[in-house]
Design a protein around this ligand. Structure first.
Ligand SMILES: *Cc1c(COP(=O)(O)O)cnc(C)c1O
Length: 412
């Protein structure tokens, strides 16, 4: 998928538009499975929340992946995409017992991350196998910025609560078939990950009937050439060896599971937007695009720095620009970035627009959410239409205020 392909897609489907490269998704998936090819039973459950378009889910189904879901609605999207319930794990945080019970009726693997719900669930459904989410409280020290499942995190059952956890399991007679951790951060240092894994192995010994251990995700991907990323190959080699060793100790073969979102789809996505206006102030040149944080919130929410290319003039002389959106408050994608000279009407492409971009888009400022396109087998396929005015008004109920108060009450 090159610049010209992106320009053609914007010409055909308009801007702004999200474009996902199926080949890149597939190569990331294959890279991960290959890194763990020494493990007999490996399960990659794609984290739906990163990018939940049904056609993308179907692509993952074709690749042989399972799904990691965090809401009942994501479970339903997965089922609609044709996944067997046994391929879906449901890993919510802070949801009601009712929602978890609804998920069991759909037949998916339940993962519970707090003792209160675990006890209630186990009391009512002792026969349904449950995975438990453990918080290993691993902190990376020094100047590395990863903090993994810190002590005050709302996620997971603290390893300090294992005695209480075991009491609940004994009292309810429930069956724990998996243990899970998800650290949630961009993991740079695989030693930290391996250390957290040791805690998971230690914990696993308390549960004699496990089928799988789920190591979550949090792999860091590069945002620009030369960026540090999680060394998946090294992690694969080290963790596989340790995992296989643990299975021997444990006395039976377990499945090793992961649930990456960002790693699988981040780099596959491009966001293409058009420059509406160039505005020069005394100190800055602004390029204002036909989009804003309503469509791509990561720079404003997380400070993420997406690479921006001028695909209309890729070889132009570089100048410094601040790229801003049209939302009526601070809405900055990049400050003083070197970009080939931009003219009004040029198309810019943002990298790393696959994960947590469209899925976090909103209608703020009453704008339409963009179209989504999947680039598959050298062709562009529209997988979501741009919204229309109808979409903005669809669920609104209009009151009429042309009666006097008295007439209104007379009618009643
Ligand atoms: C968000 C999430 C993931 C995916 O995380 P990435 O950093 O995108 O790989 C996996 N598992 C759970 C439980 C999550 O909440």
């Amino acid at each position: 998928m090159n610049n010209q392909d992106l320009l053609n897609i914007a010409a055909e489907f308009g801007s702004p538009v999200y474009v996902y490269d199926a080949e890149k998704i597939e190569s990331q998936y294959n890279r991960l499975t290959y890194a763990f090819n020494q493990v007999d039973s490996l399960k990659i459950n794609y984290a739906v929340k990163a990018l939940s378009n049904i056609s993308v889910l179907k692509l993952f189904k074709k690749l042989g992946a399972g799904l990691d879901t965090v809401s009942i609605q994501e479970v339903k999207l997965g089922l609609k995409a044709g996944f067997d319930p046994s391929k879906i794990i449901y890993t919510p945080n802070g949801v009601s017992l009712e929602e978890i019970e609804e998920a069991t009726t759909l037949g998916v693997q339940i993962n519970i991350d707090n003792l209160s719900i675990l006890e209630q669930f186990g009391t009512r459904h002792p026969k349904i196998p449950v995975c438990i989410r453990i918080n290993p409280h691993v902190m990376a020290g020094g100047n590395s910025n990863i903090s993994v499942g810190h002590i005050d995190s709302k996620f997971g059952i603290s390893i300090h609560q294992i005695p209480h956890l075991l009491r609940i399991i004994e009292n309810t007679g429930m069956h724990i078939n998996g243990i899970h951790m998800h650290t949630g951060s961009d993991i740079l240092d695989i030693e930290v990950f391996l250390y957290a894994s040791e805690i998971l192995f230690e914990t696993a010994k308390h549960f004699p009937d496990l089928d799988f251990i789920d190591f979550g995700s949090g792999f860091k991907v590069p945002y620009k050439p030369g960026d540090i990323e999680t060394n998946i190959e090294e992690l694969g080699e080290k963790l596989s060896e340790r995992f296989n060793g643990f299975c021997k100790e444990y006395g039976r073969d377990l499945t090793l599971a992961f649930e990456p979102g960002k790693f699988l789809v981040s780099e596959a996505g491009k966001f293409v937007a058009k420059v509406n206006v160039i505005k020069q102030t005394t100190s800055t040149v602004f390029a204002g695009i036909d989009s804003g944080f309503n469509h791509l919130i990561r720079p404003m929410l997380y400070g993420s720095q997406h690479e921006i290319k001028n695909i209309s003039n890729p070889d132009g002389k570089e100048r410094f620009y601040s790229v801003v959106g049209y939302i009526c408050e601070t809405d900055t994608f990049a400050t003083n970035k070197r970009i080939p000279e931009i003219k009004e009407g040029d198309l810019l492409s943002f990298n790393n627009a696959g994960a947590y971009c469209f899925s976090m888009a909103s209608n703020y400022n009453s704008r339409y959410r963009p179209a989504e396109v999947l680039w598959y087998n050298g062709e562009a396929h529209l997988i979501r239409e741009r919204e229309t005015f109808e979409d903005l008004t669809r669920h609104q109920i209009e009151l009429e205020f042309n009666h006097s108060k008295k007439e209104l009450s007379d009618e009643n």
